[in-house]
Design a protein. Structure first.
Length: 192
């Protein structure tokens, strides 16, 4: 997240965002321009979306790209996860149908500039969504996927997969995705 551009109301933010050429997050009156992602970031998100869609064909769930805005009602954050899955009926903030309130699972592809925010404050916001059952964090530096699943006592259980030939189990959806497919054609930077 970058520095706030100016303080505005949620109504003004949505009006501006609906006509803007680029995406911004909104929190407590401040608008934060979102940086563009790398080729690996985009490819990993697209791979995840494609694989999840395939795995969910027989389930009442749909997969959405980062174009779908999510509002965390409890905190007021408006944001754009890299991927969102909703099982059941979609609930929107208003009739525009572009601000989702009830994600079942959200995905963030981590980058150097956003990893701390995605793991920390942003994940804390996500955990306040009552419908949310799972948060998935995917590294773009190495094969590493972390899944945080809501438990009955409202705690969160983390599982991870680092094996390039392993699979990631999305417990909230009862599906598994192959790491080779999530990372298909991703060219990792060579470490010096």
């Amino acid at each position: 997240m970058t520095r706030a551009l100016k303080t505005i109301s949620p109504t003004d933010y949505l009006a501006r965002e609906r006509t803007a050429d680029s995406k911004s997050e909104y929190f407590q009156g401040e608008v934060f321009a979102m940086a563009g992602g790398s080729a690996n970031h985009s490819l990993i998100a697209a791979n995840f979306i494609g694989e999840a869609r395939q795995a969910l064909k027989a389930k009442p769930c749909d997969v959405y790209s980062s174009d779908l805005r999510v509002k965390i009602q409890a905190s007021g954050l408006y944001t754009y996860p890299d991927a969102t899955i909703v099982c059941g009926e979609l609930q929107f903030e208003d009739d525009a149908g572009d601000t989702l309130l009830n994600p079942t699972l959200v995905v963030e592809v981590l980058s150097d500039s956003t990893e701390q925010y995605d793991r920390g404050r942003k994940s804390n916001h996500y955990r306040q969504i009552s419908s949310l059952r799972e948060i998935v964090l995917i590294s773009q530096e190495t094969t590493h996927v972390e899944c945080f699943v809501r438990q009955k006592a409202d705690g969160w259980l983390m599982t991870e997969q680092k094996l390039p030939t392993g699979s990631v189990t999305l417990q909230s959806l009862s599906i598994s995705l192959d790491m080779t497919e999530i990372y298909r054609n991703v060219a990792f930077k060579k470490k010096t």
